[in-house]
Write a protein that binds this ligand. Structure first.
Ligand code: SF4
Length: 393
């Protein structure tokens, strides 16, 4: 039986999803432009996947803007900058920069996710001279006396930069306020994920993704409102339980799958109960304390509450433990490994995750995608056969 994919456009839920989809499709970042135009002097800072200190950016008075490539936009000049065996997100990001879509940003932050993003930061510096660019090194040592000291130093240096760029000091009070606002936002997102894990037929993957994605361009409090409004509408609407296979998706932590790919998975009989999309918006799995030195609290949260992710060294346990834990927590019946083509971190981690799930006899399947994948028939057949094999077992 097919899962419902779209809400009636006139329903409260349908209107929220339509608003979120409009933001998703707007590659000129109109929401960011409107936010800046509402008050003279406002600044916005773009950040690439996977993690960025959103609280620090907000505390400097700036809007953090998540940049996750250009989807299915045509890429011409961006292609000229990269070899054919590199993922697509850097090419489309360059295209967005060259076509003026990112002119609304006053700077760009490139976190140390992988070599591709490191290279992109260097190219950005050369191609967009005069614009603020920072490569943000994230610790791979989770000892507070080593990685913690290093990361605090990085964040303090970034704060100094942002103070100059935003024209506003990053005070402890501003940082505490920002932490509280993002705690609220992450709490709403956790609730959304919990409801989806319990009753995936109420929260289709494609709708959850669009509502989440709005968080890339909206101020955190507006996004919290959107998530809560969606949750209220989803709870109020009567949707029937579906005979689908409950699956966890892994591999899409950086370059994002097209929303139509998510709809294809649903049409093929898979209900997604957990995923690794848009991790920057839900990086910490618990509130960051607002007492004490707020910057130190962010550092501690990074060291102890970061999600398992292909670009992070595993500080304890082994690769696959966190995935198996989520499989248990969400009562998933299978795992779908969906990695972007040529994504070294995701594809190098995949064999270890595969071994872990196979050892526990959790059914799994794997395919690759690109943000501009437009043909879904093969994926639909593969995912459909996978869902059938689970349901008929
Ligand atoms: S998709 Fe993978 S390889 Fe490409 S920039 Fe992201 S992490 Fe790096």
């Amino acid at each position: 039986m097919e899962a419902p994919l779209t809400s009636a456009p006139s329903s409260p839920r349908g209107k929220i999803v339509a608003q979120a989809e409009e933001l998703y499709r707007d590659l000129s970042f109109g929401a960011v432009r409107r936010w800046k135009a509402a008050e003279p002097g406002r600044k916005a800072l773009g950040y690439l996947p996977v993690y960025a200190p959103l609280e620090l950016i907000r505390a400097a008075g700036m809007l953090p803007v998540g940049i996750v490539g250009g989807g299915d936009m045509e890429v011409v000049r961006g292609d000229a900058c990269y070899q054919s065996y590199i993922c697509r997100i850097p090419r489309s990001t360059i295209e967005l920069g060259l076509n003026g879509a990112l002119d609304c940003l006053d700077g760009m932050l490139f976190p140390s996710t992988c070599d591709v993003i490191r290279n992109l930061s260097g190219m950005w510096r050369m191609m967009f001279e005069g614009r603020y660019v920072r490569y943000l090194d994230l610790p791979q040592n989770f000892d507070p006396a080593v990685g913690g000291v290093f990361f605090a130093h990085e964040l303090r240096a970034l704060a100094k930069d942002l103070e100059s760029l935003g024209g506003r000091p990053v005070t402890d009070a501003a940082l505490r306020e920002a932490i509280a606002v993002y705690n609220e936002n992450r709490a709403a997102i956790r609730e959304l994920y919990d409801v989806r894990a319990r009753e995936p037929w109420r929260v289709p993957a494609s709708e959850l993704y669009l509502v989440m994605r709005a968080g890339n361009v909206l101020p955190a409090e507006e996004h919290t409102e959107l998530v809560r409004a969606y949750l209220a509408a989803a709870r109020a609407e009567d949707r029937r339980l579906q005979d689908t296979a409950r699956v966890v998706i892994r591999g899409c932590f950086c370059e994002q799958p097209p929303v139509d790919l998510l709809r294809t998975l649903e049409r093929s009989g898979c209900s997604v109960v957990d995923d690794d999309w848009l991790l920057a918006l839900r990086w910490f799995d618990a509130d960051v304390p607002t007492e004490g030195d707020p910057l130190d609290q962010l550092v501690r949260a990074f060291l102890s509450r970061s999600p398992a992710c292909p670009s992070l060294y595993l500080r304890q346990g082994k690769k696959g433990d966190a995935l198996l834990e989520r499989v248990r927590e969400t009562a998933a019946e299978g795992v779908v490994f969906a990695a972007p083509s040529f994504c070294d971190p995701a594809l190098l981690e995949q064999p270890m995750l595969l071994n872990a799930v196979k050892a526990q006899k959790v059914p799994c399947t794997a395919f690759q995608f690109a943000e501009n994948t437009g043909q879904f028939q093969v994926i639909r057949e593969q995912a459909g056969a996978f869902a059938d094999s689970i349901r008929l077992a």
